[in-house]
Write a protein that binds this ligand. Structure first.
Ligand code: ADP
Ligand code: MG
Length: 248
């Protein structure tokens, strides 16, 4: 499916409280790819992701996600549009007062007409996809860090989204759990035919998953291409980023 631009950003500039946060950012993400947005802390990665999700205003032509700018969606299209997107946030954030099963059922109860028994089936299927069948009746406080991430991932894909957005999904995980989470995301990407847009600064994760990297520095796009192209390019910032991780 390469070449099919499912996300396009065209000269996006963003200010928050009159402070320039993103400046003239342009890139695209192809359907079926894992596109990784990287850059050091404060470079604007999360802000960019929030723009893609329509949480901040943008000029109509500056952003296209599945052919629409989410900020400019008519209200009657919002439900259908957002049901095609899944989001996995940094802290996972399941509701602590609900079981894992209830947490996963929530989006289905709120956004679909699916009823009781079928909801449980859908929830159990997604838990099975992330190897968490046994967690259906457990509360988030009863799960380890890696299990919480997997449960949050199951919730993010509960509606079979076309695009999965992840913001630092591996934050706080040990290297083994991080690697397992990456493998799981790649497995689900193939299984569900998803496009993935992932913010991360974990180099091992980037090496494992990225079809393409989009490198931000101080709110500006400094490189767009494959990891290999980035390392081989003369771009000092990209080279430094990967060299630092190798310990050079
Ligand atoms: N709601 C906000 N209000 C003010 N400044 C913000 C807000 N969100 C982000 N920023 C600023 O924008 C810059 C980019 O932040 P962010 O997108 O969170 O970076 P990253 O995710 O790459 O670490 C930072 O300087 C941050 O302080
Ligand atoms: Mg961030």
């Amino acid at each position: 499916m390469a070449g099919n631009e499912i996300i396009k950003v065209d000269r996006l500039t963003a200010r928050i409280d009159n402070q320039l946060i993103l400046s003239d950012v342009s890139f695209h993400a192809s359907a079926g790819d894992v596109t990784v947005i990287l850059g050091s802390s404060g470079s604007g990665k999360t802000t960019l992701l929030k723009h893609l999700l329509g949480l901040y205003p943008s000029d109509k032509n500056a952003i296209s996600v599945l052919g629409k700018n989410p900020w400019h969606l008519p209200q009657n299209e919002e439900k259908a549009f957002y049901s095609r997107l899944g989001v996995l946030y940094q802290n996972g954030a399941l509701l602590n007062s609900l079981t894992v099963g209830e947490n996963l059922a929530l989006p289905l109860q709120q956004h679909t007409d699916i009823k009781g028994g079928l909801i449980e089936k859908a929830v159990r299927l997604k838990l099975q996809m992330v190897n968490m069948q046994e967690a259906y009746n457990k509360y988030p406080s009863q799960l380890s860090g890696g299990m919480l991430k997997r449960a949050a991932l199951a919730r993010a894909i509960i509606m079979d989204p076309q695009v999965l957005f992840c913001d630092e999904p591996g934050a706080g995980l040990d290297p083994v759990s991080l690697s397992a989470l990456d493998e799981l995301i790649l497995h689900l990407q193939k299984l569900l035919g998803m496009t993935v847009v992932m913010v991360t600064h974990e180099v091992p994760s980037i090496m494992r998953t990225a079809d393409k990297i989009v490198f931000l520095r101080n709110g500006k796009l400094t490189f767009e291409g494959t990891v290999r192209e980035g390392i081989e390019s003369g771009n000092t910032y990209v080279r430094e980023f990967f060299d630092r991780a190798k310990g050079n």
